[in-house]
Write a protein that binds this ligand. Structure first.
Ligand code: SF4
Length: 337
């Protein structure tokens, strides 16, 4: 995902953009800040991307960045590298669409307005280009009429699809959602109660009237399936020999944290005395990273390793995201599951 800018003049009360990005003219490829072409391409390669999305904010406020990203991605991965873009209906105009189409955009997803005329105009303009175009919107509990109305407009102008997403609580919109009486489905879910029912009822009504493709995306799919697949692809590309990738796409490794003494001594004990393959051991600062299964197997020998290396140490297993910022999600002592 290429986050083109956090700026947007629309101010939707349900806007999910994170507080760190919202309103700021910043660009990211997934979690990695983009400074130049290398950042964009590196992130695409690490996740073995076959396509990308341009998102924001309002991407039309930085069309130069959109054109640049399209040119870089298609230049590197070829014309078949599929790129779709999200644009608020209010910002759909001739210049923006000409520039996006001229740079090779494959698919346009319009975020509809509550104003029917605005959506009508956006759909009319978008239908004039040789790309797939449609609307993508959240299902706001109780507003199934909005879904039906947007589907009719899309149909009238020959657009290709309508995607409806389950509304989600995020850090940035939670207060607004709560102030409108919305609640989470459960403590374990960020989905808004009633959103799924609204989406399914709205789409069922729309299906009786339109022939375009209708699609519902539950938040569980967005979170667990799409995110997990991306993490797995990235993890398999970034995991080093002494690390492993678990079923959620997290990187797992063992770490011997050396409290006093020389970490190189610990590495030598592991490779020379215990015959752990060298590629499974790596010294990094005051830590010795080790293949996690090996470290688990050695859990009974930790005192002996410490004594032989003349070090004080603590051994843990670390689980972290394979993303650019490598956020650690879990650390637990060796020997525990
Ligand atoms: S158009 Fe998108 S980025 Fe802009 S305020 Fe609405 S939800 Fe947020």
């Amino acid at each position: 995902m290429v986050f083109v800018t956090g700026r947007c003049g629309r101010g939707c009360w349900y806007c999910p953009v994170s507080p760190e990005r919202k309103g700021r003219d910043v660009a990211y490829a997934n979690e990695r800040p983009i400074r130049d072409e290398r950042d964009l391409l590196e992130e695409a390669r690490l996740m073995s991307a076959e396509g990308a999305s341009l998102t924001g904010g309002d991407i039309t406020l930085r069309l130069d960045r959109c054109e640049w990203a399209l040119t870089v991605l298609k230049g590197e991965f070829g014309e078949d590298f599929h790129v779709h873009a999200y644009v608020p209906a209010e910002s759909v105009d001739r210049e923006a669409l000409d520039r996006l189409a001229g740079s090779g955009l494959d698919e346009l997803r319009i975020h509809p307005s509550f104003d029917e005329d605005v959506n009508e105009r956006a759909a009319r303009l978008a239908s004039r280009y040789d790309w797939d175009a449609g609307f993508e919107m959240p299902a706001i509990p109780g507003r199934e009429d909005w879904i039906v109305e947007v589907a009719r407009i899309a149909e009238r102008h020959g657009l290709d699809f309508l995607n409806v997403n389950e509304l989600e609580f995020t850090e940035s919109n939670a207060r607004e959602l709560r102030s409108r009486g919305l609640r989470r489905v459960s403590d374990d879910s960020d989905a808004a109660k009633g959103s799924e029912e609204t989406a399914l009822r709205g789409l069922a009504r729309a299906a009786d009237e339109v022939s375009l493709t209708l699609h519902y995306c539950p938040s569980s799919v967005k979170d667990s399936v799409q995110l997990r697949e991306r993490l797995k692809r990235t993890a398999l590309n970034v995991a080093r020999e002494h690390e492993m990738v678990d079923e959620d796409g997290m990187i797992v490794r063992g770490e011997i944290r050396v409290r006093s003494g020389d970490p190189e001594n610990v590495a030598r004990v592991l490779t020379e005395i215990l015959e752990v393959p060298e590629e499974w051991v790596r010294v990094r600062g005051d830590r010795v990273e080790v293949k996690p299964v090996v470290l688990q197997d050695l859990s009974d020998l930790l005192d002996d390793i410490a004594e032989a290396a003349g070090c004080e140490l603590e051994a843990v297993i670390v689980r972290e995201y394979p993303t650019w910022d490598r956020t650690v999600v879990e650390v637990w002592p060796v020997g525990e599951d």
